[in-house]
Design a protein around this ligand. Structure first.
Ligand SMILES: Nc1nc2c(ncn2[C@@H]2O[C@H](COP(=O)(O)OP(=O)(O)OP(=O)(O)O)[C@@H](O)[C@H]2O)c(=O)[nH]1
Ligand SMILES: [Mg+2]
Length: 461
């Protein structure tokens, strides 16, 4: 990427729509628009920054009229990239947009790479890497909560937090070094208690950031959930109740669902992919055998297992078999259904903690308690409304790794400090942590981290 070049791209999705935007950024943006746009009075480049002008767009090579457009100019440094930026709002439709783009290319712009506008905003220091990442997440947000988290992060919220941590580490490193330099002199230097206290405090704050990355992942990817249970407990009815839609067939006949029925929904603003599965029992035919295989695969692949039990019947052997399933990495929630009927289910206290930690009582047919399922899921994934500090950090894998490394540096520093190692060792590890945190926000350049973020962008952003 060459910063001096002027770039151009179509910044709106292709296809018919209200308008389509062709965006230019770079030092030649204004001279290019002056050749493309015919105005009644002064050329566009002489207009005030952040003003919009109606003009005819022509192909300067042929003088052919392409479109009539609204053109906004943003003068450096008050623009997204901090360069001169022009946005041409064409009437949408493939032809005027393509012709406007081609005319800009003919006049000396080059086609922007994916994410190049945002990359320039980062390189010019207008945004940090956490903000760049958030811009992309904002575009692709799958749910309200994801959008909200991305908007906050794009505003610089997380980056500022990390910047503050870095400042504390810089102070600590400086104090440790002063202690080394003036060891022989009678100058008051940082006490061992203070060093340990600062290290522990920053470790804790990085741990919170790592937890926030977990929540960010949940918001970005969504939760994959499998609804399992023996036949007729009301799995499909629960799916329909959650969706408020007649998605899956339900009937009093056991073995109604044979395949997996999938649906996407937002629960408490979190994207959830629900999978209703075939009833769990000894397969009665080849189709049920295949259904059971699919259920097993769904269980293995899911982040969350929603086990449905029938509250109006005593625990059956198939229920017990499911309760005995080894659940390793998955989160679990138990739904006791049919609470509109007299209760006959007794849950054994010997049940493993995975199934007793979150139990929700519902009636899938009346809808009673179904909202509690969403609340339980939000809580399981760390989004309970009551708790403080529930922010999400939308990070790339490499950014997450850098955070983990920074934490490890400081844990090692704290251990070394506890074992009586000198200031040199602590200071070196502190500086390593500082560099790792710097790579998360981009104050320290790491091409790998930067590439990973911008590779996921689309053209024109
Ligand atoms: N009274 C009552 N009946 C329910 C409730 N939920 C489901 N049912 C009934 O239970 C029967 C089975 O419901 P389904 O949703 O088809 O059960 P399933 O677990 O999907 O069953 P399979 O697909 O066969 O494994 C239907 O007759 C439902 O109307 C409930 O909350 N209360
Ligand atoms: Mg079913």
């Amino acid at each position: 990427m060459l910063l001096g070049e002027t770039i151009v791209a179509v910044s709106t999705p292709s296809g018919p729509g209200g308008i389509g935007i062709v965006r230019l950024s770079g030092s030649k943006s204004f001279s290019i628009i002056d050749r493309l746009a015919k105005t009644r009075n002064e050329p566009i480049s002489l207009k005030k920054s952040h003003t919009t002008t109606l003009a005819k767009i022509i192909d300067p090579r042929t003088d052919e009229l392409i479109d009539e457009a609204l053109i906004t100019i943003m003068r450096s440094p008050n623009s997204y990239t901090r360069e001169d930026v022009v946005e041409i709002n064409c009437h949408s439709g493939a032809v005027p947009i393509r012709k406007t783009l081609e005319a800009a290319l003919n006049e000396g712009a080059r086609l922007a790479e994916p994410g190049e506008f945002t990359h320039r905003a980062f390189l010019s220091g207008r945004i940090d890497l956490t903000q760049a990442q958030a811009v992309m997440n904002l575009v692709q947000a799958r749910s309200e909560a994801a959008g909200r988290a991305a908007a906050r992060q794009a505003d610089g919220h997380v980056g500022k937090k990390i910047e503050l941590l870095r400042k504390e580490l810089i102070t600590l490193a400086a104090e440790l070094e002063a202690a080394i330099d003036f060891a022989d002199e009678d100058i008051e230097s940082i006490s061992p208690e203070q060093t340990s206290h600062t290290l522990k405090k920053i470790i804790k704050e990085i741990e919170e950031l790592i937890d926030a990355v977990g929540r960010g992942k949940t918001l970005d990817r969504g939760i994959l959930a499998a609804i399992i249970g023996r036949p007729n407990v009301g799995k499909s009815s629960l799916l329909n109740a959650v969706l408020m839609e007649d998605k899956a067939i339900t009937s009093s006949q056991p073995g109604t669902t044979r395949d997996i029925v999938e649906a996407q929904i937002q629960l408490e603003g979190i994207p959830v992919d629900l999978q209703d599965t075939a009833g769990w029992r000894d397969p009665q035919d080849d189709i049920e055998k295949l259904g059971l295989e699919k259920t097993k695969k769904a269980i293995a692949a899911s982040d969350l297992i929603i086990l449905v039990l029938d509250g109006s019947e005593p625990l059956a052997q198939e229920d017990q078999d499911l309760l005995d399933l080894p659940v390793k990495s998955q989160h679990c929630v138990t739904v006791v259904n049919k609470n509109d009927l007299p209760g006959k289910l007794l849950l054994d206290e010997r049940l493993s903690a995975s199934w007793t930690e979150h139990i929700v009582s519902v009636s899938a047919t009346s809808g009673d308690g179904v909202d509690l399922l969403g609340k339980a899921i939000a809580e399981i994934f760390g989004f309970s409304q009551e708790a403080e500090g529930q922010e999400a950090f939308l990070a790339s894998v490499k950014q997450e790794n850098k955070l983990i490394l920074a934490k490890r540096n400081l844990v090692e520093a704290d251990e070394a400090h506890g074992q009586g190692f000198g200031e040199e060792v602590i200071s070196t590890l502190t500086k390593e942590a500082l560099a790792n945190l710097g790579e998360v926000i981009g104050t320290e350049v790491n091409e790998e981290v930067i590439k990973e973020i911008f590779n996921r962008f689309c053209i024109g952003k």
